[in-house]
Design a binder for this molecule. Structure first.
Ligand code: UD1
Ligand code: CA
Length: 450
């Protein structure tokens, strides 16, 4: 197989976002759009990935090189069109022999299978492979002009199109595959003699046809190729991603009672036979295993939920939460960097941070792991089968032994031995008749003042 490289275009100004953050760093599914394109390039096996950036976005350079390594960006200055942008990556790809895929940094939802088909078109003898879609409103998109055999003859930009060409609804997504040597050879012939005065990448199709080469299209759904130019389009891309992910997960055996109210991150993994109630949000880094129930209004991020565990309603799992098999995390319970053992329960109103809860332990309502002294964080360990009475504060670092009991309302500052009972609260005293005497005395005091 040919080696593969990707060129990701991200040198556009993105002014319509009205943002101090470069456009391609805005997130879809909790991940910057640029990283979607990088992930895609990696998924289809690109050994070299070059991001074309503007000199005005140093944070973009930093972001891209943090993920792709030093030298993985090429600067386009000034931006003179998509063809010029691709040419800017020529030096960075010097010596590369193989197939190149051109992606945009602002088009996050391209399926890997579509890119794979474009590479296959090249392997099948096409000079250029272009990803197209049927547009509901073709508007400003470039039109794909095909011949009788269905092969691609040219891409015509809307501004340069004739009325007949404008009537075409088969549009250019911008994603294109070409062998490296041919790509840069054809690009050197592209001029800016057009309405926009730009060097169009799309012109290489007509140039390849002039040489007698064949160009092919691959078709995908419009919702998968939406580009993002504004906040409204960002929200639209997010909605498209969420829709697609919900459909995928349901087809893989996940039940959602109101799927339109459940939100996933780009990397959320939900195994089959998980049930998700309405209004649940998944941040990045969550894996939920078979048989688990995620109840309404829960928020999960960086968390693992094991088989048959039950989360919520109204639970919050933060990074490092690991909820063991059959464990229960109930309403208004927050878990952070804590392993909760199999069968353990924290059913109401608790904070479990920087801890470890043993198998079948019971954490009573209102329990707090006091993990922070304003400077450092400390660990709380609760043993297997331990029972923490309601409204207890476990002041870390502290360990509660296996099978131990902590009396309700305790402030526990020292370790508790296995199977012991620890009570850390004032002893209850009772004064018979005190309330009556108090009331009589106070009433007299009040009457004397009048
Ligand atoms: C381009 C295509 C059009 C296609 C559409 C799909 C060309 C000439 N036109 O049009 O056929 O239907 O995308 O969305 O290719 N960029 C640079 N440097 C530049 C110009 C652009 O890096 O000098 C980057 C942008 O950041 C963006 C991408 O290239 O990620 C596309 O640029 P844009 O200006 O949006 O292209 P369109 O005019 O929309
Ligand atoms: Ca665009």
């Amino acid at each position: 197989m040919m080696e593969r490289a990707a060129i990701i275009l991200a040198a556009g100004q993105g002014t319509r976002m009205k943002s101090s953050l470069p456009k391609v760093l805005h997130k879809v599914g909790g991940q910057p759009m640029l990283d979607w394109s990088i992930d895609l390039a990696r998924k289809v096996g690109c050994s070299k990935i070059i991001t074309v950036i503007s000199p005005n976005t140093p944070e973009l350079k930093e972001h891209a090189e943090a993920s792709l390594g030093h030298g993985a960006t090429a600067v386009q200055d000034p931006p003179l069109g998509t063809g010029h942008a691709v040419r800017s990556a020529e030096k960075a790809l010097k010596g590369f022999v193989g197939d190149v895929i051109v992606l945009y940094g602002d088009t996050p939802l391209i399926p890997a299978s579509a890119v794979e088909s474009l590479f296959e078109a090249l392997e099948g003898g096409a000079a250029v492979g272009v990803l197209g879609f049927r547009a509901a409103a073709p508007g400003a998109y470039g039109r794909l002009v095909t011949g009788k055999d269905g092969d691609l003859e040219a891409i015509v930009e809307a501004k340069d199109a004739s009325p007949d060409e404008l009537a075409i609804d088969f549009c250019n997504s911008g994603v294109m595959a070409v062998r490296a040597e041919r790509l840069f050879r054809l690009l050197s012939k592209v001029t800016n003699d057009n309405q926009k005065g730009e060097y169009y990448l799309t012109d290489i199709v007509a140039l390849a046809r002039k040489e007698g080469s064949t160009c092919r299209t691959v078709t995908c759904e419009e919702r998968d190729v939406q580009g993002v130019n504004s906040r409204k389009e960002l929200a639209k891309a997010e909605a498209a991603f969420q829709d697609r992910r919900r459909d995928e997960l349901m087809s893989e055996g996940v039940t959602m009672i109101a799927p339109e109210t459940v939100f996933f991150a780009h990397d959320t993994i939900i195994d089959n036979d998980v049930v998700i109630e309405p209004n649940v949000v998944f941040g990045p880094g969550v894996h939920v295993r078979s048989g688990a129930l995620i109840r309404a209004f829960s928020h999960l991020e960086g968390a693992n939920v094991e088989e048959n565990a039950e989360i919520g309603p109204y639970a919050r799992l933060r990074p490092g939460a690991f909820i063991g098999e059959g464990a229960k995390i109930g309403n208004f319970v927050e878990v952070k960097k804590t392993r909760v053992g199999p069968g353990a329960k924290a059913n109401h109103l608790a904070y479990l941070g920087d801890g470890d809860v043993g198998a079948n332990a019971n954490i009573g309502a209102g329990t707090i792991f006091c993990n922070y002294d304003g400077f450092l964080k400390y660990q709380t360990r609760v043993g297997d089968n331990a029972f923490i009475g309601s409204n207890s504060a476990l002041v870390a670092p502290v360990r509660i032994g296996n099978g131990a009991y902590v009396g309700s309302g305790s402030v526990i500052v020292e370790n508790v031995s296995e199977n012991a009972l620890a009570i850390g609260r004032g002893r209850q005293v009772e004064k018979p008749g005190w309330a009556d005497e108090f009331r009589t005395k106070k009433a007299a005091e009040k009457a004397a003042r009048k």
